[in-house]
Design a binder for this molecule. Structure first.
Ligand code: DOR
Ligand code: ZN
Length: 358
């Protein structure tokens, strides 16, 4: 069987929940799902309940994830509307980056004033990157700040042709920017909404076929640096409610979807693997660990189904889709942590990649 080896897969864009949202998911349940999805490490976003916006909240979260994580991990600090820039010096070295929400989504971390955005850009230390949620014209606003302050900036979940054009130009101008794209924007579009209903709702929203084509073109041209899942579990009851929240899970479907795409000739296989490992390590300046890799059988074909998912939320917008590429083994620091069926390491096995806990 054709096994391929991927060294150190990292998903730098996940919402693991826990804290006051354990009904949606927990650090234990989602880091387990990450390993089943082939990952060595995941970085958790700050729009938890409560939001990660001061040192005490950050350290509390770190203690909690440290006790429960199966895979290795990092945490983002959140820029807050109330101006928490005084905290930056103390925490910047110990997080994977600063997250700035510039468009609305789950949680209350929206920064919609340009003065406040600039304040955060000015105050942050460039030793770590700024990861931004920016959509459409907000991308231009942020690019102006990048031009002015030269802070390395990762544009999360880029989803439209317009945004890709702006970022292609920014890269050509030599700005320190990187681009992430999510599987849901690559494999789904607004035409899928009638069938998906609330299970197809996320931020940024599903776009037109033409936007989807622009994302694939940008992948082939090397404008897209990484594939990130934006794993955002919500319960089935919440999705079925009158006010369904935005977000879809993705930790267990990202790798097989990308491998399937590679086998269909939509991108080179090596590029697919690099966008899930090497490129993430490069952007976040992470040294890959020895004996930390994923073995995938690229011939094994299967249907994505609820019954097979480890994530606590128990559903996927890709249910019913056939993919080719099954995770057979995951190794972290010389330990076999997944055998293709079961996660073998205990909660607390996962280590902090950025030094928040001693
Ligand atoms: O759809 C989304 N859900 N987009 C985000 O930016 C946040 C996420 C969540 O936390 O649910
Ligand atoms: Zn997100």
């Amino acid at each position: 069987m054709p096994l391929i080896k991927i060294h150190g897969m990292i998903d730098p864009h996940t919402h693991l929940r826990d804290l006051d949202w354990t009904h949606k998911a927990t650090f234990a349940s989602e880091t387990k799902a990450a390993i089943a999805g082939g990952y060595w490490a995941v970085f958790d976003m700050p729009n938890t309940a409560p939001s990660t916006v001061d040192e005490a909240l950050l350290l509390d979260k770190a203690q909690r994830i440290n006790r429960s994580a199966h895979c290795d991990w990092g945490l983002y600090f959140g820029a807050s509307q109330a101006d928490n820039t005084a905290e930056y010096e103390a925490i910047a070295r110990r997080v994977c980056g600063l997250k700035i929400y510039n468009n609305s989504t789950t949680g209350d971390l929206l920064i919609d004033s340009s003065a406040m955005r600039e304040r955060h850009y000015r105050a942050w230390t460039p030793s770590k990157l700024i990861a931004v949620h920016a959509e459409e014209e907000t991308v231009s606003n942020i690019l102006e700040l990048v031009r002015k302050y030269r802070q390395p900036t990762h544009f999360l979940h880029i989803s439209s042709e317009y945004e890709i054009k702006l970022l292609t130009r920014a890269k050509a101008d030599g700005l320190p920017v990187t681009v992430g794209v999510c599987p849901h924007h690559l494999f789904l579009c607004e035409d899928d909404l009638p069938a998906l209903g609330a299970y197809g709702l996320m931020k940024p929203e599903l776009k037109r076929k033409s936007d989807q084509r622009a994302l694939w073109r940008a992948i082939r041209l090397g404008v897209v640096d990484i594939i990130e899942s934006d794993h955002a579990p919500h319960t089935i009851a919440e999705k079925e409610s009158d006010t369904p929240p935005y977000g879809v899970p993705g930790l267990e479907t990202t790798l097989p979807l990308m491998l399937q795409a590679a086998q269909e000739g939509r991108l080179p296989l090596q590029r697919a693997c690099d966008m899930l490992s090497l490129n993430v390590q490069r952007i976040w300046r992470i040294t890959p660990l020895p004996k930390t890799y994923t073995l995938v059988d690229t011939d094994a074909s299967y249907l994505i189904e609820r019954e097979n998912l480890v994530s606590k939320c128990g559903w996927s917008p890709f249910e019913g889709k056939r993919v080719k590429g099954k995770v057979r083994e995951v190794w972290i620091r010389g330990h076999k942590v997944y055998d293709g069926e079961t996660v073998l390491c205990p909660p607390g096995f996962g280590r902090d990649l950025f030094g928040l806990v001693a």
